[in-house]
Design a protein around this ligand. Structure first.
Ligand code: GLC
Length: 635
């Protein structure tokens, strides 16, 4: 960072204020200050009364404040604002000031040692104070993937993942969940969520299918209501900057087209005409922009062989130009590096394509040095740097970061609160899709002996899926919440015998009035969830066949996407898709199967009969699906 990042010789407060002003305004300022001094002398006050510098004046518009601040900044300070580092990459907190970093983030599962609201607030406040110590005192944006609640925060209520929320067809509910999540985030000082994912999933073999609200652009577009929930009203507290991601076509990649690691779909190539790309994947971003979203994250994927991170036409001409997006564009995690092995080429290509902030997230010193060199060599124009920095600063002013940079600890009690749990429980109820019911549901008072079995019957971590306390999530009791077994036990009451068996024989099953088989997937995130086979795992398929042959049975699927159970369906009495219901999954599922809540959910994605019917929308020769998009029984 150049010496200009420091204030030079120690100047009096007044002198410093003048030092910061461009010459033209300095004389006016001097006259104003002289008058203020005279007034102060007359009123015998000791403190000089200084009018706030324009960028520090909340009465001005975010755009005006950003313009004033930008005019005061050095190249180094502008590039610092365009730089985002992972919290774990910060070698020395002093680097935050030395490099004038604009943003830090917590990647999936990246949390302070004390993973509590206070632990987070202490951490982010420390980072903010380092940023505020700089010459211009520009606060940080602190980002985190709060994608189904503040899921990096241990003990936070975790809501159904997006695919379940898509099944609710309830944009107002989605907005309320986003609001509650924003408050949990505000308590921790995380003021930016990398959510909502507005991906349109076209092949549910994709590991990020559950991050999508569904396979239809109109449904996904409706759920951009999350933006308003996260971002709240101007001047209000407990609001965070939202991110529409991943631009563009992340859910439409071609099977086996990924060149990254061993992924089959994730980060792959979306091979569509421009008209198809626009029709299937653009509407959710148009809706998010209309909702005022302040940031857009670029997709790792490619469009017809060109990385999205290098797509100037789509980022600058379409997103910023044609759609009029006025916020800023952030790269995905080290997404810039995927453009080319030559770091300078990758950096200038990404910035010139229209990316404003780079989620480096590791070697931020190298990024700053590289981009500085590209600007000084004239390969990245200063106008691009000014546009990028201005977009970022405008959002910081818009969200009141200069006035309230620190964590708002008044929201700490909300994390894990009864109110948030009740909201999550309602979301679970509305997300359930009843796919079959041969008189099994609601569970009647005549049912006195219930057997519960299956891999996901008593596993909270499986209900949460990925992005849950850790990046990939994991099975077991990873946080607080109710499993489906616990929910059924609590709802059934003392007069009903509820037994849980890891595995059950037909003979054992015949000893009960109802067998509940809870099947599903182990948690995963991103490309690690890509699969070439959606069949149930062998043990689950066997459990269904054994129990459902011996006794009236209910099968509950706990998964991030449809699983193939075509062969098992005839023997199943009732079938419920619960998706990834979150910490309140047990309570919400029990409410519905005992009749305390109605089944209203509708499939957000087609439920295929077999793998050959994917991606959805294949020619009709693929045959009819097991259950079509939009299907769902009321009872
Ligand atoms: C990940 C994801 C993106 C997330 C980011 C930060 O790789 O692609 O959705 O917001 O990195 O965790």
């Amino acid at each position: 960072m150049s010496g200009a990042s420091r204030a030079g010789p120690m100047l009096g407060l007044i002198g410093l204020a003048l030092f910061l002003m461009p010459p033209g305004e300095a004389q006016t300022q001097a006259a104003q200050t002289q008058a203020a001094q005279t007034q102060a002398a007359q009123t015998q006050t000791t403190q000089p009364v200084l009018p706030p510098l324009p960028y520090r004046n909340p009465a001005l518009t975010p755009q005006a404040r950003a313009a004033d601040l930008l005019a005061r900044m050095t190249l180094a300070e502008k590039i610092g604002q365009m730089t985002q580092a992972e919290r774990g990459a910060i070698r020395d907190t002093a680097d935050i000031a030395a490099y004038g970093l604009g943003s830090l983030l917590s990647g999936g599962g990246s949390a302070p040692t004390s993973n509590t609201p206070a632990g987070w607030a202490d951490m982010t406040d420390q980072f903010q104070k380092a940023a505020l110590s700089t010459r211009l005192g520009i606060p940080l944006l602190y980002g985190s993937d709060a994608v189904h609640g503040h899921n990096n925060l241990l003990g936070a209520v975790l809501y159904p993942h997006n695919i379940g929320l898509g099944a609710t067809r309830d944009p107002a509910l989605v907005a309320r969940i986003a609001r509650a999540t924003a408050e949990d985030m505000a308590a921790t000082g995380a003021n930016w969520t990398f959510s909502p994912c507005l991906c349109v999933v076209r092949d549910v073999r994709w590991g990020r299918s559950y991050e999508s609200f569904g396979e239809r652009p109109d449904l996904v577009a409706r759920m951009s209501s999350a933006v308003g929930g996260y971002q709240g009203q101007p001047g209000s507290r407990g609001r965070v900057l939202a991110t529409a991601k991943h631009f563009l076509g992340d859910g439409g990649t071609t099977y086996a087209s990924s060149a990254t690691e061993d992924y089959l779909l994730d980060q792959g190539d979306t091979r569509l005409s421009e008209a198809q790309l626009r029709a299937w994947h653009l509407p959710p971003f148009q809706a998010a922009i209309q909702a005022g979203v302040g940031s857009v994250m670029v997709s790792f994927s490619s469009w017809n062989g060109v990385k999205m991170h290098a797509q100037k036409y789509l980022i600058t001409d379409v997103l910023k130009g044609e759609l009029g997006f006025g916020g800023f564009v952030v790269s995905d995690w080290a997404g810039v590096d995927q453009i080319a092995p030559d770091h300078a080429l990758a950096v200038r290509t990404a910035i010139n394509a229209g990316i404003d902030m780079v989620m480096v997230p590791g070697d931020y010193r190298r990024f700053v040095q590289t981009l500085t060199g590209e600007v000084q060599a004239g390969r990245v124009p200063m106008t691009r740097i000014d546009d990028a920095a201005s977009r970022i600063l405008t959002q910081k002013f818009r969200f009141g970061l200069f006035e309230r940079p620190l964590a708002d600890r008044s929201f700490a009690a909300g994390a894990g609160s009864a109110a948030h749990r009740a909201l999550a429980r309602q979301a679970v109820q509305e997300s359930l899709v009843l796919l079959k019911n041969d008189g099994v549901l609601p569970i009647s008072g005549s049912v006195k002996r219930i057997l519960i079995t299956g891999s996901s019957a008593d596993d909270l971590g499986r209900q949460l899926g990925g992005w849950s306390v850790t990046w990939q999530g994991r099975g077991g009791r990873t946080t607080s919440g109710t499993t489906i077994l616990e929910g059924i036990k609590a709802r059934a009451g003392s007069g009903v015998k509820v037994d849980h068996l890891e595995t059950a024989t037909a003979g054992q099953a015949r000893g009960y009035d109802l067998g509940v088989v809870v099947v599903g997937e182990t948690p995963y995130a991103e490309g690690k969830g890509d699969t070439d086979d959606l069949n149930l795992n062998t043990a689950d398929a066997q459990a269904i066949r054994t129990v459902c042959k011996a006794v009236k049975c209910l099968v509950i699927v706990v998964s991030g996407r449809p699983l193939l159970l075509t062969g098992e369906l005839p023997g199943i009495g009732a079938l419920v898709a619960s998706w990834l219901p979150g910490t309140e999954g047990g309570a919400g599922v029990a409410d519905a199967i005992f009749g305390q809540a109605k089944f209203t959910g509708r499939l957000p994605v087609t439920w295929p009969r077999n793998n050959d019917q994917l991606p959805v929308g294949r020619p009709k020769d693929a045959g009819t699906p097991l259950f079509p998009y939009g299907f769902g029984l009321d009872h």
